[in-house]
Design a protein around this ligand. Structure first.
Ligand code: APR
Ligand code: PHB
Length: 387
């Protein structure tokens, strides 16, 4: 087989890259480790920045997000029993859209199927040869050995992928932080407690009231890093969540059976540079942010926007400039997003064994946010992806 751009990984990054290139007749093949059912049903976060919605429009898949996405003009912050508004529209003149990443993935998969783009699922093992010059990718499929020759390889294979291992150790630099707590999340077909998301910090740490639709809620609680999910019955979750809620709204909580329950570890990670010779990394393959700022998907798709434009310049104008600059251009946004996500994480969580000086600083930081219009404007712009 032969293609212009070989993409490893059919998450949102790989799928969107393929679609944006298809619109300019640049051929791609996607190789994915998991089955299509697994990819389509993974539960992930659900807040889209305005720039992300624009990008989905550019890719020609905005029908459903425009119809079914919920436009949120703001969110709420609850701190020690008080609730404050962060009015995005007023503070930064824009809004976010609540639309699950699962739905974005399904929209992308449907569109690519209609456009006959080749996605090969269930590929357990990939080997990349000759990354410096004319890449060749070998893989096993249905017990036979296959290979694809490509001009470029793009690693969209997430944090646990293999593509980043092809950047030599003396070239790559890794920056990372693992947090000492996790998030316990549940999804339930219950009416959300509020029209807007509520980010909570109280004496037990962080909690988040989010949603997927007007009938489907997503809630999170800060938990121990090695928490065992089997210790969390639905009743225990609802009871702990209720205790975390400000008194004014406690009684509005609608409970019901969970349809998904999981624990996520929180991590910040950046790999530099995001390209090497004919290999480019995009999305979670190159960086991870803790979910507190709702940035993972938005940041991943922003890489893809830049990378697709760079490939289009290469094939249409014979210019390598944007490909050469790709890593530096992306890393500028990546670090701004890391700063914001780490700040959000820090002020909303209670860190085990944190000393009282840092605790006090955190408290002051939260007060400053809630009583300074200037601080609120910075938060609103950052949340919207306007750095
Ligand atoms: N070979 C082929 N595919 C692989 C391999 C491999 N060796 N390793 C991983 N993959 C696949 C995974 O199965 C997954 O489908 O790569 C895909 C990576 O997808 P994501 O992890 O969703 O990463 P990305 O597309 O960059 O999306 C970023 O997803 O994880 C969230 O918070 C993140 O919202 C962000 C978004
Ligand atoms: C979610 O709905 O899953 C969600 C929303 C906002 C976040 C993180 C996760 O900051």
């Amino acid at each position: 087989m032969k293609t212009k751009v070989l993409i490893i990984g059919a998450g949102p990054s790989g799928l969107l890259l393929s679609l944006l290139l298809k619109r300019k007749n640049i051929s791609t093949i996607i190789l994915e480790k998991q089955s299509s059912e697994y990819v389509a049903n993974r539960i992930r976060a659900g807040i889209l920045e305005p720039g992300t919605v624009k990008l989905l429009k550019k890719a020609g898949i905005s029908n459903r997000v425009t119809k079914e996405g919920l436009k949120h003009n703001g969110f709420k912050v609850a701190h020690n029993n008080n609730i404050f508004d962060i009015n995005l529209k007023y503070l930064a003149n824009d809004c976010v859209t609540v639309y699950g990443q699962t739905e974005v993935t399904k929209d992308l998969m449907n569109k690519l199927t209609n456009e006959n783009v080749k996605i090969i699922y269930n590929v357990p093992k990939i080997n990349i040869l000759n990354i410096e010059d004319k890449p060749l990718v070998e893989f096993d499929f249905n017990k036979t050995k296959e290979s694809v020759r490509a001009d470029f390889i793009v690693g969209c294979d997430g944090f646990h992928g293999i593509s980043k291992s092809y950047i030599p150790n003396n070239i790559k630099k890794i920056y990372k932080k693992d947090y000492s707590f996790g998030w316990l999340g549940i999804l339930s077909d219950t009416k959300p407690i509020s029209d807007e998301l509520i980010y909570i910090n109280n004496k037990n740490g962080f909690a988040l009231c989010s949603m997927r639709s007007k009938k489907r809620s997503r809630y999170y609680l800060q938990c121990e890093i090695n928490e065992n999910i089997n210790n969390w019955s639905d009743d225990r979750f609802w009871d702990s969540l209720s205790k975390a809620l400000p008194n004014d709204i406690k009684n509005n909580l609608q409970t019901g059976p969970s349809i998904e329950k999981s624990i996520a570890k929180l991590r910040s990670y950046v790999l530099e540079p995001m390209s090497y010779k004919k290999l480019f990394l995009a999305g979670d393959a190159a960086h991870i942010v803790p979910p507190t700022g709702a940035k993972g998907l938005n940041l991943a798709l922003s890489d893809v926007d830049k990378l697709s434009s760079a490939f289009i310049s290469f094939y249409e104008k014979n210019s390598e400039l944007d490909l050469v600059n790709y890593s530096n251009v992306c890393l500028s946004r990546v670090w701004k997003t890391q700063r914001f996500s780490s700040w959000m994480t820090n002020i909303f969580h209670n860190v085990p064994k944190e000393d009282n000086f840092l605790k006090k600083l955190k408290h002051i930081e939260m007060e400053n946010l809630l009583f300074s219009i200037h601080a609120k404007k910075i938060l609103a712009n950052n949340y919207l992806g306007k750095y």
